[in-house]
Design a protein around this ligand. Structure first.
Ligand SMILES: N[C@@H](CCC(=O)N[C@@H](CS)C(=O)NCC(=O)O)C(=O)O
Length: 440
């Protein structure tokens, strides 16, 4: 199947629902398969152009003519491609779980090049894409531990990125790994270091590829290395033909100007072990993946990832009743199970803080403020239904600065409620729950 063409059979039905321009283009595409390479190179050109010519526009200023003229060319291709690929990606783009393809899912598809807001597949299920960059920091390796060498690009809203921030603090890696924080809002072009342009009446823009002036959201750093506007620019710097999603976290090597790794579960593993020889004793002895608990942790990671960490997304991004219920019920079964596991216990695995706590915390801390309402995971709240889980999250938050200082409820709430218009079209951010996390 070529990237620009839809599958026959489904096509006729689909063509009828497209506007004439899209429809014509698809018919031509189906007749001449050679159009595919032209099509994709046009897409790449448009994408590069967007990536390399970022635009900043003040919320109130009119569209400058230079921008207008650029946009009269590129977005036409871009939007057109985006719309046709949307359907393509829904039916064909396979996505997968944390470490690799899960059953029934395969490696990241080129199909999802453009429409990054099409979260669910055709069957109504959300499937997370496999991460692309899988190198590691290791002593004697291509990316050795070195002071000041790395930059961690994160969103404070993202639970996966949040894992890496917690481990960075727990291990005292601040002088080895700097942090760059994107804006909480994620638009049609993915994460940006700036807020979106707002219409003059304060509404949300229909334009893509532009960013507004900083809006004072605390802790947003911009891109200190390249002054990028969008995170995607980093991905294209490394691979101009990159066709996956533009996800955080991104662990960047300043020396070789490349992405070391964009898979949080792996980043936290090598953060845990590979800097030890350069750390003070207190931080070197912190072991979040101790030998004796590895099989227990691995076992928990599997079902906690599937049903809880990813389960909230699978519930929230589901577009059919069935897909939603297929995920929300197992989610609460797993929360019930975790609640029992924490009976009379301080930590998830064994009697010490491990990566299992870190990985669960970033989901649980977002649960009452966001997932309960936004993702409809509302069989119960953590604070009312799960006393052990609630006590556990409160202990971590209030008694360990690595958890509290990396938890930003503003970013968390603004991101989810403002970035998924298919779920929350008004983008109004709820005020509660008050407090976001209960006191000890
Ligand atoms: N497997 C990745 C998942 C990262 C991920 O999905 N990050 C989300 C934010 S919470 C993201 O950047 N999504 C942007 C997109 O999918 O377009 C990891 O754990 O590092």
């Amino acid at each position: 199947m070529s990237a620009g063409c839809l599958r026959r059979g489904r096509d006729d039905q689909h063509l009828a629902s497209l506007d004439p321009l899209d429809s014509l283009s698809l018919r031509v595409c189906m007749l001449t398969r050679t159009c595919t390479s032209l099509y994709s190179s046009a897409t790449t050109t448009a994408r590069r152009s967007l990536a390399r010519t970022p635009l900043v526009r003040s919320p109130s200023s009119p569209l400058p003519s230079v921008i207008a003229s650029r946009f009269s060319a590129t977005p036409l291709i871009f939007q057109h491609t985006s719309r046709t690929l949307t359907t393509h990606s829904r039916s064909l783009a396979p996505m997968a779980g944390e470490h690799g393809a899960h059953e029934g899912e395969s490696k990241a598809a080129a199909g999802n090049k453009q429409d990054i807001t099409a979260w669910a597949s055709k069957d109504g299920q959300f499937r997370r894409q496999v991460s692309t960059f899988r190198d590691k920091i290791e002593v004697g390796g291509k990316y050795p531990p070195e002071e000041g060498r790395y930059m961690l690009y994160v969103s404070l809203a993202c639970p996966w990125a949040h894992r890496t921030l917690i481990v960075r603090k727990l291990k005292g890696l601040e002088k080895f790994i700097d942090v760059a924080v994107v804006h909480a809002h994620m638009g049609a072009l993915g994460w940006s270091f700036y807020p979106p342009v707002r219409d003059q009446d304060g509404g949300w823009p229909k334009t893509q590829g532009e960013v507004g002036e900083p809006d004072g959201l605390a802790e947003v750093t911009g891109d200190p290395l390249y002054k990028s506007k969008f995170l995607r620019e980093l991905y294209f710097r490394v691979d101009p033909d990159y066709s996956g999603r533009f996800t955080v976290p991104v662990l960047w090597d300043k020396k070789t100007e490349s992405i070391v790794n964009n898979e949080s579960s792996e980043i936290i593993r090598f953060m845990n072990s590979e800097f030890n020889s350069l750390l003070d004793e207190e931080h070197a002895k912190v072991d979040l993946y101790p030998e004796a608990l590895r099989s227990e942790i691995d076992d928990q990671n599997k079902w906690v990832y599937d049903t809880v960490n990813n389960g909230v997304y699978r519930s929230g991004f589901a577009t059919t009743q069935q897909a939603y219920e297929d995920n929300v019920v197992p989610l609460f079964k797993s929360l019930d199970r975790l609640e029992k596991m924490l009976e009379g216990k301080q930590f998830i695995a064994g009697d010490q803080l491990t990566e299992a706590d870190v990985r669960l915390y970033t989901t649980i801390i977002r649960f009452d403020p966001v997932y309960y309402s936004h993702f409809k995971t509302n069989i119960g709240t953590i604070r009312h239904r799960y006393p052990n889980l609630n006590a556990w999250q409160k202990r971590l938050y209030w008694q360990n600065d690595a958890f509290k200082s990396t938890t930003n409820f503003d970013h968390i709430k603004r991101h989810y409620f403002e970035s998924h218009p298919q779920i929350n079209p008004t983008r109004v951010v709820p005020v509660g729950p008050q407090p976001h996390i209960e006191h000890l």
